[in-house]
Design a protein around this ligand. Structure first.
Ligand SMILES: Nc1ncnc2c1ncn2[C@@H]1O[C@H](COP(=O)(O)OP(=O)(O)OP(=O)(O)O)[C@@H](O)[C@H]1O
Length: 687
């Protein structure tokens, strides 16, 4: 029992603390974005509402002057009424204009901070955490409320000022009214309870809201349009959208209704006290203890008080909700590993994410080998690691291929190498430098990549490529060189306005590209960084035609001379410092890598060169053979020749069959027919 009371007190204090933090943030932001307007709105508006109460005093003077034939008092009263009325009218119009501008700026500032909160944290782990995603979803939905949160605050301050000024003047007529503010407490408690219920229901429905948004995109975005039609999904999507809406909004409405009953009871209590109090004051005036002017004053102020009270009803609700929204935003700000809303990395801005402070740029070597020692990674909310423990050495200048089944952990490894995720255990070093001691930004500045789900930037073609190196964004020569180097010059050559072509079907005059053309641009983007320490290519040829794939291999893989894994005592370098990591399901793509790593269930099960792995007859050889068979007309039958240990089908030239470049070459020469087994020995022998 006692524990419960203590817990409730702590919760209450937390709510007060959070509300105060939200108010501080709102006021601070308003003053930061526009100091002059911020101060004017926050001070002038409530002040005007206090001054407005003087209208009643002017009237009182006028009436008392008229009754007692005191012309001077009448004139002074009239003047006071006139001046206050004109002042309030003009100043309120100006204050409203200023508030609207300020409100807009505050809204934009929160938009900017929200974008920074999502896009500047050093790692991307927050996008994998349902807690972050749910809060972000609610904040995104309520995004428009940040500007109006300021308006809610100012309007409430105005009404409070009006209420307080009227009450103070009324207390001069009857001190009993001093008790009135106390009767508002049950109402305030009911309001708070309602807001808590609604916020909890919104949090619970956030996942359904995210689902609803995804379904909406499915029905409205151009990308899924084909499958939506082909599989007649429109009705199914609409039904699921309705269900998701019901799942999210049902509990929300119920919470609102439940809270509304408590709020209504609070209002009934406060309203009764107010009307009772006013009756007491009016009676004392009518029974002659006050003047006629005082009677007018009481009448006028009573009207103001009732008006202010009625307005307070929905304004308080508005304020509560607005402060809740700001509170949710603050929760995102406090999210561990977050960047700061001003766009700088948080205290945790290291590649390893272990909170170690950044080291000098000088300590990140210009080249070296990448070493993974006991590296493990577990996704938020998961208990089983997606990767690791992994020990791996990527020699300076090496081209390393990562292969494995779907879900083996390849992309996870790529994300760790790019410093996009902090390792859960173990460490990654580059040239001996532990990357967890280096700011992620600094390490990523040395990395370039073409990810599996590369981005289709719907910009001008030169921008879509140039973004790979912001410093050279406006340098057409650098962009052309990158296109050339990635074998993507043909994409731009086919565009009507060349580099100045607007890309994307959603843009006016935009030109859409094929999946392979978009991928080529992504590869060119990765070439904008001319001297990276690490190149990451995750399924870089997934959308490429055989000719383009062969070209890609020539540029990325076959350009490197053989690199040892260092076991001979050398540093494994062939002179080029860049390490290239390539993830692919296409074995033609990986065959020429200096080192091939086979992942299974997040662990390395094999490593070596193609020749070594093929000869071992293990998992790699199996996968390679299956892949080769898929390129041929004959089924996989029989067992593998002893010399290569694989299960190569008779009449299958495994090497040639999986080599897209070779296949393309043969097609170009008019020799596209299936290749015979006469070349098998040659292929095996060639290894
Ligand atoms: N955001 C995530 N949250 C939780 N688990 C994830 C997440 N992303 C991936 N996983 C899990 O981690 C494991 C490794 O995934 P990963 O994407 O690294 O595999 P992959 O080898 O790249 O697969 P593919 O060949 O299909 O691209 C899988 O079991 C996957 O379900």
């Amino acid at each position: 029992m006692r524990k419960n009371v203590v817990r409730k007190n702590v919760a209450r204090k937390n709510i007060v603390r959070k509300n105060l933090a939200a108010v501080r943030l709102l006021i601070g932001t308003a003053i930061k974005v526009d100091r002059r307007r911020g101060l004017l709105v926050l001070i002038l508006s409530p002040l005007l509402n206090v001054v407005a109460a003087l209208q009643a005093v002017g009237l009182q003077w006028m009436v008392d002057g008229a009754v007692s034939h005191d012309r001077a008092q009448t004139v002074w009263g009239g003047l006071l009424l006139l001046i206050v009325t004109v002042l309030i009218h003009q100043a309120t119009a100006v204050a409203t204009d200023i508030r609207m501008v300020l409100q807009h700026r505050v809204g934009l500032e929160f938009d900017r901070r929200l974008m920074n909160l999502c896009s500047t944290p050093p790692h991307i782990g927050h996008y994998q955490d349902p807690k972050f995603l749910d809060t972000a979803e609610v904040v995104r939905q309520r995004r428009g409320e940040f500007g109006s949160a300021l308006a809610a605050f100012v309007e409430n301050a105005n009404l409070f000022a009006r209420f307080a000024a009227a009450l103070v003047l009324l207390i001069t007529a009857s001190p009993l009214l001093a008790l009135l503010p106390l009767t508002v407490l049950p109402l305030a408690a009911a309001n708070r309870w309602q807001a808590r219920l609604v916020t909890a229901a919104e949090g619970a429905g956030a996942e359904a809201d995210r689902r609803r948004r995804a379904l909406f995109s499915l029905a409205t975005d151009p990308a899924p349009a084909r499958e939506v039609r082909l599989y007649r999904l429109a009705d199914e999507i609409a039904a699921r959208h309705r269900d998701a809406f019901a799942a999210a909004s049902g509990p929300r409405e119920a919470a609102r209704a439940k809270g509304a009953i408590a709020v209504a009871v609070g209002w009934l209590f406060f309203g009764s006290a107010l009307i009772g109090g006013l009756y007491v004051v009016s009676r004392s005036v009518i029974h002659g203890s006050g003047s006629a002017g005082q009677a007018v004053l009481v009448l006028l102020l009573s009207t103001r008080l009732v008006g202010a009270t009625t307005g307070l009803g929905w304004l308080l609700g508005w304020l509560r909700r607005s402060l809740d929204t700001v509170g949710l935003y603050l929760r995102l700000v406090d999210y561990p590993h977050s960047g700061r809303p001003d766009g700088t990395a948080g205290a945790d801005g290291t590649a390893g994410g272990n909170g170690v402070r950044a080291v000098d740029d000088a300590r990140l070597p210009s080249g070296g080998e990448l070493v993974l020692e006991g590296v493990t990674f577990t996704y938020p909310g998961r208990t089983v690691p997606a990767l690791g423990p992994v020990d791996l050495r990527l020699p300076r200048g090496a081209t390393v291929a990562i292969v494995g089944d779907n879900g083996a952990g390849k992309s996870t490894l790529v994300a760790l190498l790019a410093g996009l995720q902090p390792v859960s255990a173990g460490r990654i070093t580059f040239g001996g430098q532990d990357l967890s001691e280096v700011p992620a930004e600094q390490w990523r500045g040395r990395v370039t990549a073409c990810f599996q789900d590369f981005c289709r930037f719907e910009l001008l073609a030169r921008e879509a490529v140039g973004l790979g190196n912001l410093g050279a964004l406006d340098d057409p020569a650098a962009v052309r060189a990158a296109l050339e180097s990635a074998g993507a010059a043909d994409v731009v050559a086919g565009l009507t306005k060349g580099l100045d072509t607007q890309l994307g079907r959603t843009m006016p005059d935009g030109t859409d590209l094929s999946a392979g053309q978009w991928q080529k641009l992504a590869l060119a983007r990765a070439r904008m960084r001319t001297e990276p320490a690490l190149v990451l290519l995750d399924e870089p040829a997934a959308s490429l035609d055989p000719g383009s794939e062969a070209e890609l291999l020539r540029r990325y893989l076959r350009g490197n001379a053989s690199v040892s894994d260092g076991s001979d005592g050398s540093d494994g370098s062939d002179g080029s410092d860049t390490i290239t990591v390539i993830v692919s399901h296409r074995f033609s793509t990986v065959r020429d890598a200096d080192l091939i790593v086979v992942l299974d269930g997040g662990r390395i099960i094999e490593r070596g060169t193609h020749t070594e792995l093929f000869a071992r007859g293990g998992r790699y050889a199996d996968m390679y053979t299956l892949h080769a068979a898929a390129y041929t007309t004959g089924p996989v039958v029989g067992s593998a020749p002893a010399e290569n240990g694989g299960k190569v089908a008779p009449r299958v030239h495994a090497e040639l069959a999986v080599d897209a470049g070779e296949v393309a070459l043969h097609r170009a020469n008019g020799q596209g027919e299936p290749v015979g087994d006469g070349a098998v020995g040659q292929a095996a022998g060639g290894q």
